[in-house]
Design a protein around this ligand. Structure first.
Ligand SMILES: Cc1cc2nc3c(=O)[nH]c(=O)nc-3n(C[C@H](O)[C@H](O)[C@H](O)COP(=O)(O)OP(=O)(O)OC[C@H]3O[C@@H](n4cnc5c(N)ncnc54)[C@H](O)[C@@H]3O)c2cc1C
Length: 382
């Protein structure tokens, strides 16, 4: 029988970042993943670090996103110092382009929304936008600069985070599938694996991405759903892109500043169950949006296509914090923002486990909101 202070279920960017944080706090931590670690959503992500809400439902997330963006440089330093590896973290901002509709009105709404949420956003005259990003297409009708946004290379970040966690003392356990939680008298005392092995722990952190809802004891607190996102990587020989470029139809994240440049284009938002498949319709939609933003990309070579399953939730907000089962803590449901939110998630979970308090109010993300909603529904039905 193996015993740890903390067992983390799921070795994606969320589980890996929490493992690094807890190992640095001298806890005995194990991270279990049913396959090799970091092969799912975290591997598939584009790597934009943008706290801007992409729909009204995401507005409550903005303070958490801002807090995470603020500590990103410290997080990156800690990971890179521990390992000597580069995470390809890049500052410089993003340019949001409006291609349709009443562009001037949409631009002033965008700027007002950002300012109201405490996010930097400056209207950018189109000639200035083209000075900054010469490859920008002629279809742009208005543009804004989001100067604080950044990006990372998620695959580089993921492997550096794993190496950092291991170097700080966390035990990484690939090919260990957790099938249930060991709960006795409202206390979680460990996990059981598909091989029947039991790992005991004082605390269990559930960070299994969109599969969190498949663990029976976790399901009432974490009704996660897979939301497929497809991606295309291009080798681009035109004028290099310096910043993240976004429109209402898609986004472009470039890697490096040289030529040829790798440009990652995304994405789709699909409810296709757990099926991971790149489709011709998905790729067509992504490439149409990419070529509309930067027409020179039509000459780029397609070098890779892939997809991943985002951990979605019914209200599009993450699931963070303790529940009414002692020793069980959730860190899942990060949907479209898990790369951005990894540092703040790790910080808050670390604070809760070690100090039983958090430096930021996380009640809005409590897993208990789903339990309460279920109880309300059964009371109305009976
Ligand atoms: C196409 C795409 C683009 C994206 N772009 C961005 C972006 O630009 N910026 C951003 O911030 N976010 C982005 N995201 C979202 C981000 O990738 C996710 O929010 C984040 O990766 C979630 O991390 P995670 O660790 O919770 O989940 P995952 O990375 O999916 O990891 C969960 C892990 O749990 C393991 N697991 C599952 N069940 C079990 C079990 N029973 N036992 C053991 N292990 C188990 C899985 O094998 C997996 O390794 C994007 C996502 C996609 C798909």
């Amino acid at each position: 029988m193996k015993t740890y202070d903390v067992v983390i279920v799921g070795g994606g960017i969320i589980g890996g970042s929490i493992a690094f944080e807890l190992a640095r706090r001298n806890l005995r931590v194990a991270v279990m993943d049913r396959q090799e670690l970091m092969q799912e959503a975290s591997w598939a992500a584009a790597g934009m670090l943008s706290p801007a809400p992409d729909c009204p439902a995401a507005i409550p997330l903005v303070p958490l996103g801002r807090a995470s963006l603020a500590i990103y440089p410290k997080f990156i330093n800690a990971v890179e110092e521990e390992t000597g590896a580069s995470t390809r973290y890049r500052t410089g901002g993003a340019v949001e382009v409006i291609l349709r509709g009443d562009a001037e009105r949409e631009l002033s709404t965008l700027v007002a929304l950002h300012h109201g949420l405490g996010l930097a956003c400056e209207p950018l005259p189109l000639d200035e936008a083209r000075n900054m990003e010469p490859a920008l297409g002629r279809d742009a009708r208005a543009a804004a600069l989001l100067p604080d946004e950044c990006s990372v290379q998620p695959r580089a970040l993921s492997s550096a985070v794993l190496a950092a966690a291991a170097s700080a003392g966390a035990v990484l356990c690939p090919r260990v599938e957790v099938t249930s939680l060991e709960v006795e008298a409202k206390k979680c005392i460990g996990v059981k694996t598909s091989k029947g092995e039991i790992f005991h722990a004082a605390q269990v952190v559930l960070a299994a991405g969109c599969w969190s809802s498949q663990i029976p004891e976790a399901a009432p607190y974490a009704p996660t759903i897979p939301v497929r996102g497809q991606m295309v990587a291009l080798r681009y020989f035109g004028t290099p892109l310096r910043r993240v470029l976004r429109s209402e139809h898609g986004y472009l994240v470039s890697r490096g500043l040289g030529s040829p440049q790798t440009v990652v284009a995304g994405s789709t938002i699909e409810n296709a169950g757990f099926e991971k498949r790149v489709t011709s319709g998905g790729v067509e939609k992504i490439l149409t949006a990419a070529n509309e933003l930067v027409p020179e990309l039509a000459k780029a070579e397609i070098i890779e296509t892939w997809c991943g399953l985002r951990p979605g939730t019914p209200d599009q907000l993450p699931i963070l914090g303790p529940v009414d089962v002692d020793g069980l803590i959730f860190a899942t449901g990060h949907y479209r923002n898990g790369i951005l939110l990894a540092p703040i998630t790790a910080k808050l979970i670390g604070e809760w486990i070690v100090e039983r308090k958090t430096s930021l109010d996380w009640d809005a993300f409590s897993p208990l909101r789903f339990l309460r909603a279920n109880l309300d529904r059964s009371a109305t039905a009976s």
